[in-house]
Design a protein around this ligand. Structure first.
Ligand SMILES: NC(=O)c1ccc[n+]([C@@H]2O[C@H](COP(=O)([O-])OP(=O)(O)OC[C@H]3O[C@@H](n4cnc5c(N)ncnc54)[C@H](OP(=O)(O)O)[C@@H]3O)[C@@H](O)[C@H]2O)c1
Length: 291
């Protein structure tokens, strides 16, 4: 049990145990956690394939990855909800490098608003990107890892895949689904001991996801405290790629505070259900868009 706390305790500056030159695909690489993960992988001299929808932003991140020491950088503008596009990314990566060592899946979006107020389109977008996008990535990556008999798929879920929170229903539903999907993949691949499927659950991370939120309630959002940096999550994501420090990989929380919030949700539901809304409103949301 104690080793499960290790990822949340280890300093971000810990040197890597990984050899350089791994072939690493990062989704959501144009911003936030994915961008920080790409830059950290670059600093370890890996071959990078950067995936997100906005090509021009990816090109800027790619330039910084070269400067940080990447062995190579390829930009792939693709939507994780597009099965053919993701199939193409995986095929081209294997064709170019001859193998695929790790896929670090960070792409995701969020929406706010009471369940009945979220438009059908926004609800579908969140499920399509977060849950179906993860399934699409797994559909094309897992067969390659199984054929190679080794490799890592690291899925960035969320603390909100373990708890409920008002006015974030599509996101919470998608992240509970992502956690279930990760467990399914772990069970289905238990016969391949060197194929590692990990699920990382960040709490609050200071990234542009809050500014980019599809907000059907017209609110302005900010990361609720306690907040950690995307660089810290990037270290934890990469630590799921072998050789691994004991306790890393599998199902990982990024902060000790996640355990406290999950304990309140599980063991004190009466108090949790009444307090979570007002507390979240006070620390994370303001009504009415700012000019
Ligand atoms: N920030 C937090 O507090 C927090 C907490 C827990 C979990 N997470 C999770 O961490 C992951 C990264 O979030 P973040 O905070 O780093 O957000 P972010 O800064 O908004 O970055 C999201 C990334 O996902 C990409 N993306 C979005 N939709 C996509 C699609 N359909 N296809 C391909 N790429 C897509 C975006 O690029 P394009 O727009 O260019 O496509 C961007 O690169 C998400 O899964 C999020 O749910 C975040």
């Amino acid at each position: 049990m104690l080793t499960r706390l290790l990822p949340a305790l280890l300093p971000s500056s810990l040197p890597s145990l990984r050899r350089p030159g791994l072939v690493v695909v990062v989704t959501g690489a144009s911003s936030g956690i994915g961008e920080a993960t790409a830059l950290r992988a670059a600093s370890e001299s890996h071959h990078l394939v950067l995936v997100a929808r906005r090509r021009e932003v990816l090109e800027e991140v790619a330039e910084r990855c070269w400067q940080a020491g990447a062995a190579s950088v390829t930009v792939e503008a693709a939507d994780v909800g597009d099965d053919d596009a993701i199939a193409g990314v995986v095929e081209r990566t294997v064709a170019q490098h001859g193998r695929l060592d790790a896929v670090l899946h960070c792409a995701g979006i969020v929406t706010y608003g009471r369940t009945e107020d979220v438009s059908a389109d926004d609800f579908a977008s969140v499920i399509s990107t977060n849950l179906l996008g993860t399934a699409t990535v797994a559909r094309h990556v897992v067969p390659v890892l199984r054929r190679q008999e080794k490799g890592a798929l690291v899925i960035v879920g969320s603390l909100l895949g373990h708890i409920a929170i008002p006015e974030m229903t599509p996101y919470v539903v998608s992240k509970w689904g992502v956690r279930a999907l990760a467990r399914q993949l772990q069970v289905e691949n238990v016969d391949k001991p060197n194929v590692h499927i990990s699920h990382v659950s960040p709490g609050s991370v200071d990234t542009p996801i809050y500014d980019n939120a599809l907000d059907d309630a017209g609110g302005v959002n900010q990361p609720p405290p306690p907040t950690i940096s995307p660089e810290r999550v990037a270290r934890i994501v990469l630590d799921c790629v072998g050789p691994r420090i004991p306790g890393t990989g599998g199902d990982v929380q990024t902060s000790l505070s996640n355990y406290g919030i999950m304990a309140a949700y599980t063991f004190a539901p009466w108090a949790y259900d009444r307090l979570v809304g007002p507390v979240f409103d006070a620390v994370s949301r303001r009504r009415g868009k700012e000019d």
